[in-house]
Design a protein around this ligand. Structure first.
Ligand SMILES: Nc1ncnc2c1ncn2[C@@H]1O[C@H](COP(=O)(O)OP(=O)(O)OP(=O)(O)O)[C@@H](O)[C@H]1O
Ligand SMILES: [Mg+2]
Length: 261
């Protein structure tokens, strides 16, 4: 569904060049849930923005559903690290924004918007403006907006990082349920190893400067999964420990001198 072949991205600015990603090869199957983890600055957001078509690649090629990605597309939804709501529009109108942009019938999507808002605990806030909501509430509105068009591909950049632990866990479980129901293909960036193990079929571990794939770890734990008391605690703990080790490993200094630095 998503295919990256030899993808690199370098940013050039006044202070020199930053090689954010180098030689990324990755195949994400239809309906697969892939989590991406790695230290701050290793290129996770850049990776998502490339796949979303919001940023051109420097080298290599990205295709989604067989078509080369060159610009933003309606079958690809992106949820950003920080909520990006239009401040002058109500909560409901923010959720319905894609319907307007892509010319879908508003009436048909209104009920779905309401359903999504209820799901994330924002029923009753439809008419509020973004500044009247907390950061976590705004992020939940963004989540609803990214789900409104039933996208085939969802790119999520640390969507729950601003939320309290409980809400975060609730939404993870909800996202897992949604994923099991509509089998969208999801790439999910997170700082939380627990979240990656809870949600993903595979976890991509990136190493920093330049961002490269260090390892791809399969998570073979039956669904639905939860972080609470359930039958798979031991497997969850083992996967988490493995990932933790991979992330803590010292990065080989070999590449550090390259890329103009
Ligand atoms: N627009 C840009 N211009 C110049 N450099 C950029 C730009 N965007 C990202 N970078 C650089 O690319 C590298 C990767 O950034 P990116 O935001 O993808 O990291 P990240 O893994 O998402 O980090 P975090 O976990 O903190 O969100 C960083 O070194 C950053 O400075
Ligand atoms: Mg980021």
């Amino acid at each position: 569904m998503i295919r990256l072949a030899g993808v690199s991205r370098t940013f050039t600015g006044r202070s020199g060049a930053v090689e954010a990603l180098r030689g990324i090869d990755l195949d994400v199957k239809e309906g697969e849930f892939v989590a991406v983890v790695g230290r701050s600055g290793c290129g996770k957001s850049t990776l998502l923005r490339l796949v979303a078509g919001l940023l051109p690649v420097t080298e290599g090629e990205i295709t989604v559903a067989g078509k080369r990605v060159t610009k933003a597309r309606r079958d690809i939804a992106m949820l950003f690290q920080r909520p990006a709501l239009l401040p002058w529009r109500s909560v409901l109108d923010n959720v319905l924004l894609p319907a307007e942009i892509f010319g879908w019938r508003r009436a048909a999507h209104r009920d779905r918007a309401q359903e999504l808002l209820d799901m994330v605990g924002l029923g009753g806030f439809e008419k509020r403006l973004p500044h009247e909501l907390s950061g976590g509430m705004q992020q939940r509105v963004s989540l609803c907006r990214s789900l409104i068009g039933d996208p085939r591909v969802m790119l999520m950049d640390e969507p729950f990082s601003a939320l309290d632990a409980l809400t975060r866990e609730e939404l993870s479980v909800e996202l897992q349920r949604l994923h099991m129901e509509n089998s969208a293909t999801i790439v999910f960036v997170t700082h939380s190893i627990d979240e990656a193990v809870l949600l993903a079929d595979r976890v991509v571990v990136l190493s920093p400067r330049p961002g490269r794939i260090r390892e791809v770890v399969d998570i073979d734990i039956p669904r639905p999964r939860s972080l609470g008391r359930d039958a798979h605690l031991e497997q969850v703990a083992r996967c988490s420990a493995d990932l933790h080790e991979l992330l803590m490993e010292r990065d080989t200094p070999a590449a550090a001198g390259e890329g103009g630095r």
